[in-house]
Design a protein around this ligand. Sequence first.
Ligand code: MLT
Length: 239
Amino acid sequence: MIEKPKVEVCFTPNMFPLYAEDFEVVVVIDVLRATSAICTAFHYGVDKIIPVSTLDQAIEYKDKGYYVAAERKGKIVSGFEFGNSPLSYTNDKLKDQTLVLTTTNGTKAINMAKDIEHLLIGSFLNLDAICNYLIELNKSVLILGSGWENKFCLEDSICAGAISEQLLKTNKFESNNDSTIAAKYLFLSAKSNYFGYLKASSHRKRLKKLNLNEDIKYCLTPNQTDVIPVREDYYLKKL
Ligand code: MLT
């Protein structure tokens, strides 16, 4: 019998090495907010995004004259013009430009998976677009949640469950891991009201304290763009 491609979920970046070697396709998710900001920036015309893990790398790019966005613990890092709020990219300020981005967790997860052949960026914002693309690609997919400082994070797991559910229900994919089953059930119990379901979650509370509720609502609204960001070389571009 011909084996079906797999769809599996890895909840945190530090578990990634346990899964990595079995997958040619990895979708990195950081719903609140890095991958939502990336999808939004591309939707509004950014040409390339260079994800960097450290502030030192970000400063080096800034000194060379690049546009640089830097976030730590939900806030724009002082000295930088741009942060990680997706709503701050809903304009044409950076149209056709290259943006360098560093965030607390999301850009680290992206760089962790940088050697994977197909590295894609997912979020609720491009949910159907990315699922349709994965179905067409027909290869085993690992969905990597960015978590929070390597700890489990609810919103990424729910989004990973949403992608898994769409792929599994085509009957063209299979799953062997309990993490995928868990993510799928989290999605099924959250899907009627993501915002309410996440009320007690740590990053929703953190962003609420920073008056970023509008960002949260935006990031939790599925299918606002068809953009699929992919890695090419050291940067991300639109597929
Ligand atoms: C991250 O990368 O950890 C997040 O995107 C944090 C944030 O909400 O800015």
